[in-house]
Design a protein around this ligand. Structure first.
Ligand code: GLC
Ligand code: CA
Length: 609
């Protein structure tokens, strides 16, 4: 490539020849660096393993704990600091393990406690920490406590561990209030009393097999503190706390007409189409304003629970940590979960739902630092998890800020190539930000959502409880491809994986990416290594002046690295001599003695500043 005749609009024209000055002129500091990280989790890259879909060791088609142990080399090569394991506890698996029947045992589907200990030891031997999932808002209906509650009369101490209420109406045949389950349908189910008469109702914010615990009950509190200790004693490094914003409900359980969603895209109307309008009531910090409000969420009482848990963890060495899964907005509300005596991190879902828009990303990034710096907590970054459409497929959709909730085969299908290009660019932007980052298994392979799953293989209760109106979350949970040419793409030694994999997974298999320069895996690996070497997780962030208001480019300086993401449609011309450390896709550099590089659309580069 030669010639730089026309200077693209996205480039500050006069600065391209100034030897890189444009890369050094940064504006006010958005986030001050933290120096050396005080605790490991402040700048950690944490990889989410969804056990049933990671790797199957025993050939039954479902991933398991020995499968994770057998693939620890993959995680070590990638260079992650920690793994978070989604639930592997005893469970009837009505919500893929988020319905726990015994918090102190491994489900036989996934292995044994001895298998868990082996995984933990193997991870620790490689310097990888292990975070486990804690599901405190509800148990499974198969939990001994709930079975005891059903077997005893209204008003019993066994019932007082859950949210049992009498029904409304003369014969108590109507729900105690009008709350809806997040998975669809009423949030209440009526029981038959031990004497055979129609009885009380119990609350379940999720599936009817996931009864909500009553967290005002001291017995519930002490039980969970003991569960924390059980796993801390075994050596885990922390907990991801499920539905951390839901455990306390407003006094009197008042009716509420709002619509409860786990994940909401911005300006997402009921039909899932963008209204194109920004909600006038939305916070100005870039959050969607769709965070869960209402009497079942984000009640002040939850914070007392986390203060107590903080104390429990503080009894242990090694900076154990708590990370909140709280779909709470605005970001200033979310930051209350990570005050110095509460949890340590909270997932940044406002970032996840932002989409692909330079100005919106700057807004949400700035607001995230503002809110977290206020309480001295690290900001986290996340683009994918087991509840949302994988980010390559979101970013390859017509409106990337929509459709976080699953895609039907009959929906408009995402543009896979565009989505992958943008996803890699988004990931390099995310990994260049100070703070801690969460990766979802398979994103290091560039894996798309399975967007054409037949409905008859779906398993998510959210699909069934909405009467099929929601596709549900199965499309992001499809078993990983390890080997392009093996049956089931090497997910296990034999057997059909529990969800079908699309044929396109062959292209994404780990074995065709290892050692291949420019593959998504090698790009993530290089990013994690550079991030560590350059101390980016602890760095300070400032926007580069030249692009501070650009509608197309996000450009920031972190330590000695400039991260520049081109979200526009025209290439960005870099100053002569700019040194590209890493890029999310091919960049074009002319061959002159004084080379100049163009960053194509939907590409992020890391540059030496
Ligand atoms: C969380 C989990 C989700 C689960 C729900 C109920 O949001 O991430 O997978 O269905 O809680 O436990
Ligand atoms: Ca298995």
């Amino acid at each position: 490539m030669t010639s730089t005749q026309s200077v693209p609009a996205a480039t500050p024209a006069d600065d391209t020849a100034d030897g890189g000055g444009v890369l050094r002129r940064a504006g006010a500091v958005v986030h001050a660096g933290s120096g050396a990280a005080r605790q490991w989790w402040r700048d950690a890259v944490i990889y989410q393993v969804y056990p049933r879909s990671f790797a199957d060791a025993n050939g039954d088609g479902i991933g398991d704990i020995p499968g994770v142990t057998a693939r620890l080399d993959h995680l070590e090569t990638l260079g992650v600091d920690a793994v978070w394991l989604s639930p592997f506890y005893r469970s009837p698996q009505n919500d893929a393990g988020y319905d726990v029947a015994d918090y102190r045992d491994v489900d036989p589907l996934f292995g044994t406690l001895a298998d868990f200990d082996e995984l933990l030891a193997g991870a620790h031997a490689r310097g990888i920490r292990v975070i486990v999932d804690l599901v405190p808002n509800h148990t499974s209906d198969q939990h001994a406590w709930f079975q005891e509650a059903l077997a005893t009369a209204p008003g019993s101490p066994e019932r007082a561990r859950y949210m049992f209420r009498d029904g409304r109406g003369a014969d108590g045949s109507q729900e105690p209030n009008n709350w809806q389950s997040i998975f669809g349908g009423p949030a209440w189910t009526r029981v038959t009393e031990p004497d055979g008469t129609p009885g009380q109702w119990y609350l379940h914010l999720f599936d009817s097999t996931q009864p909500d615990l009553d967290w005002t009950n001291p017995e519930v509190r002490s039980e969970f503190e003991n569960v924390l200790r059980f796993w801390l004693d075994r050596g885990v490094d922390g907990f991801r706390v499920d539905v951390a914003h839901g455990m306390i409900k407003a006094e009197g359980l008042p009716d509420w007409d709002g619509h409860v969603e786990m994940v909401a895209g911005s300006a997402d109307d009921a039909a899932g189409e963008s209204t194109g309008d920004v909600d006038p009531g939305a916070p100005e910090d870039g959050s969607t304003g769709a965070g869960n409000q209402g009497p079942m969420f984000d009640q002040d009482g939850v914070h007392e629970i986390y203060r107590a848990w903080h104390q429990v963890l503080a009894e242990y060495d090694g900076d154990r940590c708590l990370v909140a899964e709280a779909w709470v907005e605005p970001l200033s509300r979310l930051a209350r979960y990570v005050r110095p005596d509460e949890m340590h991190q909270a997932f940044n879902f406002s970032f996840l739902t932002t989409g692909w828009d330079a100005a919106a990303l700057r807004t949400v990034i700035e607001a995230s630092y503002r809110a977290n710096d206020e309480v001295g907590a690290p900001t986290t970054w996340v683009l994918s998890n087991h509840d949302v459409v994988r980010h390559p497929s979101r970013l390859g959709s017509a409106d990337p800020s929509l459709k976080v909730n699953g895609v039907f085969a009959t929906d408009p299908q995402p543009d896979e190539e565009l989505g992958l290009r943008r996803a890699r660019a988004a990931s390099l932007l995310m990994l260049g930000l100070p703070g801690s980052a969460y990766l979802f298994q398979g994103e290091e392979l560039g894996l798309p959502e399975h967007t054409s799953l037949p409905n008859d293989v779906r398993q998510d209760p959210g699909h069934f409880r909405t009467g099929g109106a929601e596709a549900g979350r199965d499309g992001c949970r499809v078993p990983l491809p390890w080997a392009a040419d093996a049956p089931g793409f090497g997910f296990g030694p034999a057997g059909e994986p529990w969800l079908p994999q699309p044929a396109s997974f062959a292209r994404y298999a780990a074995d065709v990416q290892y050692g291949v320069p420019g593959s998504t895996f090698e790009t993530y690996r290089a990013a994690l290594a550079l991030r560590k070497a350059e101390g980016l997780g602890q760095g300070a962030l400032a926007w580069l002046d030249a692009w501070a208001d650009s509608p197309d480019v996000v450009a920031l300086r972190n330590q000695d690295v400039v991260v520049l993401a081109n979200l526009g449609t025209e290439p960005v011309l870099l100053p002569r001599g700019a040194e590209v450390l890493l890029s999310s896709g091919p960049v074009l550099t002319d061959r002159s003695a004084d080379p100049q590089t163009r960053v194509p659309a939907d590409t992020t580069v890391w540059l030496r500043a």
